[in-house]
Design a protein around this ligand. Sequence first.
Ligand code: 2AL
Length: 173
Amino acid sequence: MDISTVNALTYEEFMEIFGNIVEKCPLIPAAIWSQRPFKGVSEIETRIFDFIDCLPESGREGILRCHPDLSLPAVSLTRDSVDEQRAAGLGSDERAMLLELCARYRQRFGFPFVICARAHTVDSIRRELRDRLNRERAQELEQGVEEVKKICSLRLRQILQTNSEHGTCVNKL
Ligand code: 2AL
């Protein structure tokens, strides 16, 4: 899809296509639709990131809470999440292995562990989860939001079929 097609979309069409650009947070694409016309994919991304950065801490935490735990069964996930977790090699056995660590993380910080799964393997996810469990809450809030932005960036570029600025993300770390 090219940018002129995006700019010509009605609100309903835009939401149909971009509604889950930030996991289960349709308010964000709903808010940026009125900022058309966009010059390109980077401008859409900037508008979304600016919206997120302007939120109070509780709003940014809320965005993290809209993300599913990586240990949840696939049936309860959005199509986007299923594809991303599959790309990282997370199947039902691997998810079960993350159950305890994910629960500890959520208990410690009050929001779920979020990571851009497409940038990782099962091993690197588990390693990150262990490391990040020991961090300070403020640092984790910031890191979680950065991961949300990476996920969003890849979803956006998949829709618009452009090369990713987070291209390195897709290569396994
Ligand atoms: C996710 C998700 O849904 N997609 C992704 O890359 N990471 N969730 C999560 N808790 O990290």
